[in-house]
Design a protein around this ligand. Structure first.
Ligand code: NAP
Length: 306
């Protein structure tokens, strides 16, 4: 395939940007990939493993003459990065991001984007609990959704080009508005992460169950929670701080359901528990049928490294 963008700038060199670099290289989607990260340590690792064609020290250098700029930093850092790169953006360039929350990112980034530069937010629904420049791999986006969040003023050609890039990296693309995105993700990702963090925290607090018992006897349910609860603390702090409204809405509903199940257990209402679990089992079947996970017992996919 011929390159979709001549020069791509990756700002932040963690799991997502690293995976994009591998995926773009695999399919020859970018003429040149320039990368930068905040810390000299991350930049040095990226150099060492040859993650990009060029690693530069500053965000301003990275975006110079770039046709596509990808903001791949934690959600809370997007606004500051946008302000920093704004004066250096080439007219006609597209700025996108990969943040897990969209409304807050749009509010933080859009005001800095100069006239003549396109800003098209996006969110690949793909990830692992690993982070940093070594954690990326080309297959991460394969058969995963990428939600793109245009608005009524988005340039159709720029949107098509970004859609092509995500599709060529293996994603299925759908567009959505920012508010709806945040609600959907609160249900499918953000609240489940909070519940996993809580469950692992509860186990850790339970002094009657020693650490070694938690590890030695960890059954599938708890193991899956610990995998999710090992996700990057900075990223997830920012997700909750910036998707407050939708997460609190879903958590409220979750708490009500939990109380109902708690009462069913207390009163010995087996029928209610059985019916509830039958309904939830069907959701899992639907996810497998939609190709969004496998039926393998080890929680589906095992992350592959390049
Ligand atoms: P990551 O592996 O932790 O990498 C984050 C990168 O951002 C690093 O290069 C880091 O630089 C840089 N960074 C951190 N704080 C910064 C700050 N205050 N200012 C400037 N740069 C900063 O993260 P990731 O998993 O790739 O996530 C990147 C984005 O993708 C986030 O917005 C996240 O919400 C979104 N996302 C993540 C997943 C997932 O499952 N991980 C999935 C979809 C979308 P240093 O290494 O130099 O500190």
């Amino acid at each position: 395939m011929s390159p979709i963008y001549d020069r791509v700038a990756l700002i932040g060199l963690g799991l997502i940007a690293g995976s994009m670099s591998h995926a773009m290289r695999r399919a020859d989607l970018a003429g040149e990939i320039v990368g930068t990260a905040r810390s000299p340590e991350t930049r040095a690792i990226a150099e060492e493993i040859g993650l990009c064609d060029q690693i530069v020290a500053t965000n301003a250098e990275a975006v110079e003459d770039a046709d596509l700029i990808v903001l791949a930093v934690p959600v809370g850092a997007m606004g500051a990065v946008a302000a920093e790169i704004a004066p250096h953006l080439k007219p006609g360039a597209t700025v996108t991001d990969v943040g897990s929350v969209k409304k807050a990112v749009v509010e933080a980034v859009a005001p800095h984007i100069p006239e003549g530069v396109h800003f098209i937010p996006a969110h690949p629904l793909a990830g692992t609990e690993h982070s940093g420049p070594r954690s990326g791999f080309a297959e991460l986006f394969e058969n995963r959704w990428c939600l793109i969040v245009p608005d009524e003023n988005t340039d159709a050609q720029a949107l098509d080009r970004l859609t092509c890039l995500w599709e060529a990296m293996g994603s299925n693309v759908e567009t959505m508005d920012a508010e709806h995105h945040d609600l959907v993700l609160a249900v499918t990702s953000h609240t489940p992460h909070l519940i996993a963090y809580t469950m692992v925290g509860v186990a850790d607090d339970l002094r009657r169950v020693t650490d070694s018992e938690v590890i030695k006897f960890s059954a599938a349910g708890f193991r899956d929670f610990t995998r999710i609860a090992a996700s990057d603390p900075t990223m997830w702090r920012d997700v909750f701080l910036s998707n407050k409204e939708a997460t609190l809405e879903i958590l409220g509903r979750f708490t009500e359901e939990l109380f109902a199940l708690q009462r069913a257990i207390r009163t010995g209402d087996g029928d209610q528990l059985f019916d509830y679990f039958t309904r939830t089992r069907a959701i899992r079947r639907g996810i497998i049928e939609a190709g969004q996970d496998t039926d393998a017992p080890d929680f589906g996919r095992v992350a592959k490294k390049p």
